[in-house]
Design a protein around this ligand. Sequence first.
Ligand code: HEC
Ligand SMILES: [Cu+2]
Length: 384
Amino acid sequence: MQRFSALSTRLAALLCSLAGLLILAGCSLNIEGKQSALDPKGPVAQNQYDIFIITLIVTVFLFITVGGALGWTMWKFRLRKGDDPRYIPPQTHGHPLIEIGLVAGSAALLVVIAIPTFGGILLKKNVPLHLVEDAIEVNVVGYQWWWAFEYPEHGFYTANEFVIPAGRAVKLNLRTRDVLHSFWVPKLAGKVDLIAGQTNFMWIKADEPGYFYGQCAEFCGDSHAYMLFRVIAKPEAEYRRWVRDQQRQTANLNPDTGPLYAPLLARDQWAYPEDKVLRGAEVFARACASCHSLNPASQTNGPNLAHFATRTTIAAGWMENEPDELFRWIREPDKVKPGNFMWTGFLRYNPETRTREVEMAGLDYYDLSDNEIEAVVAYLYTLR
Ligand code: HEC
Ligand SMILES: [Cu+2]
C-alpha cells in the first residue's frame, strides 16, 4: 500500500508537469508576435489593452493581499512546540466591521474594473466623433471557411484580405452567410461575433501602415482553424490607388465581344505562354466560374477572384500566394482544408427524394488534369 501510493504520487506529479508543459507550449513569450493582443497598433486595441492591464493590476493586488494574509496567518498561528493542539483561538466570525469592510472593498474593486470596461464597450461600438467624418465602411461576411469584404462606397468585393487607410477609422458591419464566426485582428481590436440574422458593428483603426493577421475565433466547423484573413493598412495615397485598381475589370466578362473570360491584362505582361493562359481561361469558364465571380462588383458562393493576383495569400490566409501553393490548392483543396466546399461542391437537401443533391459541383466532380490545373494557374496570375 505504501509503495503504491508513493508511485501514484510520482505518476500524478509527472502527469501534472506534462500537462503544464503542454499548456506553456501554447504560450509565446514574444509580445510582438503576429497575433499578440499585447502589442496594440490602434486605439480600439489600445483601449482593450489598457482594460486588461487595469484588471491585471486589480487581480494581482487581490492575489497579494489575500494570499499574503493567508500566508501570514498560517505562519503566525502555526503549531509550536509545547502548544496544545486542541486549543482554538478566539474567532472573529460575525465581526460587522470586518465583514462590511470586505464586501465594500470587493465591490469597490469591481467598480474599478467595471467603469473602464463599460467605457470600452461603448468605444468599440461607435466611431468617435472626431474620426467619423473620415471613416470608411467595409461589410464583412463570414463563410465556412473564408471571408468576403465589400466596400459599399466603392462598389467592389474582395476576399480574405482587405486594405485600409492608415490613420482613418474603418467601420465594420459584420454578417454571416452560414454559422457563427468571430472576427478577430488581435493588434487592432478584440473579437466580435458574426451572428446569423443580424448585423454586428465594430470599428478599427491602424495608427501606422502595417500588415495585420486576423483569424476566425469562433469554432465554425471542419476547417475553422484555417479561416484566417489579413488587414493591410496603407498610406492614404496607396490606399486610394488600391481602391481604383480593385474597381477595374480584369477579365472580359462579355461572351458577345470576345472569348469567355479572356484576360484584359496586356499580353506582354503575362507571366506564362499565351496558349497556356488562354487554355486556363477555358478551364476557368468550365470548372470555376460557377462559384467564383471575376466581376469585382458581384459576390457569389466563393471568394471573388477579380484581383486574385494582387493578393498575398490563398485559401483564406493559410497559404502564400505563389504558383506551387496555388497548384496544390486547386489540385487537392480537401487535403489543405478538410471539408472544403471548393472540393465537395454545394449540396442541397431535396425533401421529395430525401437525399442531398449536388446544387453546384465541386472540383471532386470536375477531376481536372495536372495540365488543366497548370493552365488555370497561369490564367489566375493575369487577374491583377
Ligand atoms: C463549388 C464551388 C467552387 C468551385 C467549382 C471552385 N471553387 Fe475555388 N473556392 C470555393 C470556395 C468555397 C473557396 C473558399 C475556400 C476556403 O478557403 O475555405 C474557394 C477558394 C478558392 C481560391 C482561394 C481564394 C482566396 O482568396 O483564398 C482560389 C484561388 C480558387 N478557389 C480557385 C478556383 C479555381 C481555379 C477553380 C476551378 C478550377 C475553383 N476555384 C473552383 C468554391 C469553389
Ligand atoms: Cu469561422
